[in-house]
Design a protein around this ligand. Structure first.
Ligand code: ZN
Length: 120
């Protein structure tokens, strides 16, 4: 695992039908029954504008960690081959969850996440 990678990666809600003009970063929320989730903050009434539909896009910590691991492996592989890579535009799927890296700078990787199972 690349050192500091957890802080490098920022994950944003990938439901672009709901958030057209801005990127909404996921937040960590304690679950009602168990554990915690990375949720789109727009599932809460106070974060939505009048008439805006609720957004239930979210990901479990297990899937979140797998995503970090996936990106870390790509960076490590490039490093072994002495390659400079820019992952912007890179997409993949894990258990039906869609990921897309939309920004890759030296210390920051921004990812869209869309989980069709959670979004209605
Ligand atoms: Zn959202």
């Amino acid at each position: 695992m690349i050192k500091g990678i957890w802080n490098m990666i920022e994950v944003y809600c990938g439901d672009k039908n709901k958030h057209k003009d801005k990127d909404v970063q996921l937040e960590v929320v304690q679950g009602v029954f168990n554990g915690y989730f990375y949720n789109c903050p727009h599932y809460k009434d106070e974060n939505r504008q009048e008439g805006e539909r609720k957004c239930c896009n979210r990901i479990s910590p297990v899937e979140y960690e797998k995503m970090i691991d996936h990106i870390s492996k790509l960076l490590e592989e490039a490093d072994l081959n002495c390659e400079q890579i820019n992952l912007a535009g890179y997409k993949w799927k894990s258990k039906g969850i869609q990921f897309e890296i939309f920004e890759h700078e030296k210390d920051k990787i921004k990812v869209y996440m869309f989980n069709p199972k959670e979004v209605k």
